[in-house]
Design a protein around this ligand. Structure first.
Ligand SMILES: *[C@@H]1O[C@H](CO)[C@@H](O)[C@H](O)[C@H]1NC(C)=O
Length: 309
């Protein structure tokens, strides 16, 4: 167990989710199920939306974009975890570690901003239905999506560069199953005060969308309470409950993880990160499509078309 087969002094060791072999085996089997489900579920959403012209509207374009980000997001960590388990290795190279961290931060932030765009879209649909098509124009949609990617990436590169410049002279055991920024900072023997401040600022930037989501939903609820029984409003509102579930799971676990002092991080927290790294990207397609008649119709059409052709 002590022999980690370090191929280079620069390599890091990923301790895993619990650090105990039997539990790692259980997580391996769990991830072996979660990862393909995430890929297939999100891919089906994208294909269904692309192929059904009824779904060519802002809400579904944003959903397809969320699915795309989720596919990349889970691919940044889970395949490496699976491969390491199969190869009985815990090693990740220094460059691999930083790349993984950068992708995680960029995609996690992009995800967060797209969730906000989706909430904004619902707020406009419900509280200003007559202006919906002018406010959520194709241009505005592209702007929201591109903006999410730009902000997501800008909240990733600076942290990656800052971390790359740290020196790691002591233990190289990362207390997680992927290279998480907090776990890496904890390992450094450099002065990390500035890095930690930047990390909290980063969590702040990540959490701005949550504020937009809350404001959007206050608008939604106040509109629904004022005009309770319009059919259009009720239909638009039905998609909100599922959105709120995803949002609470996602922000609840991320903020629970990062809004606290660095010294309190330990391997126990790796289980919490499983929630937003593996579980929410897998749940998104199900939550958004199971309760949604249009989405189900599009999926059905997708399958019958494939089978008949
Ligand atoms: C993402 O959103 C843009 C803008 O609405 C849209 O043109 C594009 O098709 C979407 N991407 C996917 C994968 O559907």
């Amino acid at each position: 167990m002590k022999e980690h087969n370090l191929s280079s002094a620069q390599d890091f060791i990923l301790l895993g989710i619990s650090g105990q072999q039997e539990q790692e085996d259980i997580f391996f089997i769990l991830f072996l199920f979660i990862y393909p489900t995430t890929l297939i579920g999100n891919l089906l959403i994208i294909l269904a939306i692309r192929s059904d012209s009824h779904l060519h509207n802002p809400m579904y374009f944003l959903l397809a974009n969320l699915s795309l980000v989720d596919i990349f997001f889970s691919s940044a960590t889970i395949p490496k975890m699976l491969a390491n388990h199969i190869l009985c290795s815990k090693v990740i190279s220094f460059e691999g570690c930083l790349t993984q961290m950068c992708f995680m931060l960029a995609l996690g932030n992009t995800d967060s901003y797209i969730l906000a765009a989706m909430a904004y879209d619902r707020a406009v649909a419900i509280s200003r239905p007559l202006h919906y098509t002018t406010i959520m124009s194709p241009r505005a949609c592209v702007l929201l999506v591109v903006g999410s990617w730009v902000i997501g990436n800008s909240n990733a590169f600076p942290h990656t560069l800052l971390t790359a410049n740290l020196s790691f002279c002591g233990s190289r055991e990362v207390a997680n199953f992927y290279c998480d920024i907090a776990s890496l900072l904890k390992l450094s023997c450099s002065d990390i005060q500035f890095n930690v401040k930047m990390m909290y600022l980063g969590v702040g930037v990540f959490s701005v969308p949550l504020l937009c989501i809350i404001i959007s939903y206050i608008r939604v609820f106040s509109t629904v309470l004022k005009v309770p029984s319009t059919k259009g409003v009720r239909k638009a509102f039905s998609t909100c409950g599922s959105h709120l579930t995803v949002v609470s799971l996602y922000y609840g676990t991320v903020m629970g993880m990062y809004f606290r002092p660095l010294t309190s991080y330990s391997l126990k927290d790796a289980v919490v990160t499983v929630m937003y790294i593996a579980v929410t990207p897998m749940l998104n397609p199900f939550i958004y499509s199971l309760r949604n008649r249009d989405m189900k119709a599009a999926l059905r059409k997708l399958f019958t078309k494939r089978i008949s052709s």
